[in-house]
Design a protein. Structure first.
Length: 188
């Protein structure tokens, strides 16, 4: 696929996600969640940065993953001139709808970037070598660029969101690993 713009690529991927059958969404999400649970269990009491999935993102099971780690979720500051995002402790009873309609923690004290051991990163699309196309606001690129950030980064997405190439810019940050249901199945 060749796209003239990131906007066109985002729209195409969104349409493909929209028509993905519910049972296939659930199958892929279950495989990815299971893989992440096994990966997290390799660490001793890790702090993991997750995300509250939007309708067009792979719906990982946060309840399953929190059995093995301390979960944090992002909260963005839309009043800042630059994309500012922090991760806060997750508690299902302490979530509210924040910027862009995303569930965010209501905790007031963020977890420092150096405390995060694993960061599970959403994306509109990824390449196998870790390049990511986000939603265009730059929140994750800015966060991953912090000098104190040291976590292993894992991009997760549906199979159709894994592409051969993406339009890349100098500020774009790669993830260490990309996980999809088909990649998991290929490596069994």
């Amino acid at each position: 696929m060749v796209f003239e713009s990131k906007k066109a690529l985002r729209l195409s991927i969104k349409q493909q996600t929209k028509v993905l059958p519910a049972n296939e969404r659930e199958r892929q999400a279950a495989l990815v969640t299971s893989f992440l649970a096994k990966l997290i269990q390799r660490y001793t009491n890790p702090t993991v940065a997750l995300f509250a999935p939007l309708a067009d993102e792979i719906p990982i099971n946060i309840t399953e993953l929190e059995k093995y780690c301390r979960v944090t979720l992002p909260k963005v500051d839309t009043t800042s001139d630059c994309p500012l995002m922090e991760f806060y402790p997750y508690a299902p009873e302490n979530l509210s709808i924040g910027a862009y309609g995303i569930s965010e923690p209501t905790a007031s004290r963020p977890v420092s970037a150096e405390q995060i051991d694993i960061a599970i990163i959403p994306g509109v699309a990824f390449t196998r070598n870790g390049y990511r196309l986000g939603r265009g606001k730059g929140y994750y690129d800015c966060y991953l660029s912090r000098k104190e950030f040291r976590a292993e980064t894992i991009g997760i997405c549906f199979d159709h969101q894994l592409l051969a190439t993406l339009p890349i810019e100098p500020h774009d940050r790669c993830v260490n690993m990309v996980v999809t249901a088909s990649i998991i199945e290929q490596n069994r």
